[in-house]
Design a protein around this ligand. Structure first.
Ligand code: SF4
Length: 353
């Protein structure tokens, strides 16, 4: 049987299970794009609604952090960042705007490149913008650890790292977020493991399925969520066993824990969440850009009609935004959800709402 035939067969099984109307949140931005690209919604019964969650790390970076990064760029530091962060508009404009005004903003493909920059420009401050969930944090942790070992004095990190489980807890317990099941992120789960979601079925009676990123992976995940719902037996089902283990990757987590500690952090949409992100440990405080640069309190930004915060919580669809596809497009984005390659507005624009 071809993969396409297997997908169609799964879609028929899902319909035949006769699930009640249910809203499934896919937590990962890569899932959102794959669902759009492969037409997964069109394969499923109408009563199964797939909505995007806070799974795009660039999108959930708060304005307070964008403002601080802009201030650091203004102070003459070399900013080393991943590409999507450059076009996100913060309270003082985007890093692309700052670069046009003379700031030194470099796009990296690996965080290790920021160490090369620090060695290349020993008389300048180089600041690595650490953005991402549990998947990307291990490489940042190794970079920080290597910088410390090398004794680099002109290198620091502005850490905006976020943790997925606390965000899920916040969404599940928000009475305005009516989520019936969670399609959990495959990448993040390779690090934190399937067991990290155990609190969701146990404490909140919601089904979870960990899925990969092919159409078949996603449909297997949805099929699991439907079957759990119909049977009334919520659990965590690992539908991505070729990459995800129950315990995740303890070595990667140990690396992260040696450099970072858990902290309260600010999320776009969700606000300040208790123990939902990472900050550098005291022994690495000399590499903390937050301590090395003078950062004024953030200024406010008027994002006009943008409802990214609502979209990231699954409370609104991208197409609910009056700016969607008219004044806000990937070529001329207003909010981060239209900028990022993992953003749900960009996915809806590219593949249809
Ligand atoms: Fe924000 Fe644009 Fe998405 Fe509207 S369409 S929520 S303005 S990013």
């Amino acid at each position: 049987m071809s993969i396409a035939d297997r997908c169609r067969e799964l879609a028929e099984q899902i319909a035949a299970a006769d699930p009640p109307p249910m809203t499934i949140m896919e937590v990962c931005g890569t899932h959102s794009h794959a669902i759009g690209r492969y037409g997964i919604r069109q394969l499923l019964p109408e009563r199964i609604r797939l909505i995007s969650g806070p799974g795009c790390p660039v999108c959930v970076t708060a304005d307070s952090d964008l403002d601080a990064i802009a201030q650091i760029a203004d102070q003459g530091a070399v900013i080393a960042t991943f590409g999507d962060m450059v076009r996100v508009i913060g309270p003082r404009g985007s890093l692309a705007d700052a670069r046009a005004a003379g700031a030194d903003v470099r796009v990296m493909y690996s965080p290790m490149q920021s160490l090369d920059l620090a060695r290349e420009y020993p008389d300048r401050e180089v600041v690595l913008i650490g953005v991402g969930f549990e998947t990307t944090t291990p490489t940042i942790a190794v970079t920080v650890s290597d910088a410390a070992s090398a004794g680099l004095r002109n290198f620091s990190v502005y850490a905006c790292h976020k943790l997925v489980p606390p965000a899920l807890e916040a969404l599940i317990t928000d009475p305005d977020c009516r989520i019936d099941a969670l399609l959990c992120p495959g990448h993040v789960s390779t690090i934190i493991g399937a067991d990290a979601y155990g609190f969701i079925p146990r404490d909140h009676a919601l089904p979870c399925a960990i899925a990969g990123f092919t159409p078949l992976d996603i449909l297997l995940g949805v099929n699991s969520l439907v079957n759990q719902t119909v049977a009334g037996e919520p659990r965590v089902e690992n539908c991505y066993p070729r990459a995800v283990q129950a315990e995740g990757n303890p070595k990667a987590r140990a690396q992260v824990e040696s450099v970072f500690s858990v902290a309260d952090v600010d999320w776009r949409g969700l606000g300040m969440l208790h123990r939902s992100g990472l900050a550098l440990r005291a022994e690495y405080s000399h590499l903390d850009a937050r301590a090395r640069f003078a950062i004024d309190p953030p200024i406010e930004i008027d994002r006009g009609p943008c409802i990214c915060g609502e979209v990231l919580q699954g409370k609104a669809l991208p197409t609910d935004c009056p700016a969607f596809g008219s004044v806000c497009t990937p070529q001329s984005p207003i909010g981060p959800c239209m900028v990022s390659s993992e953003g749900s507005c960009a996915a809806a624009y590219r593949y249809g709402g």
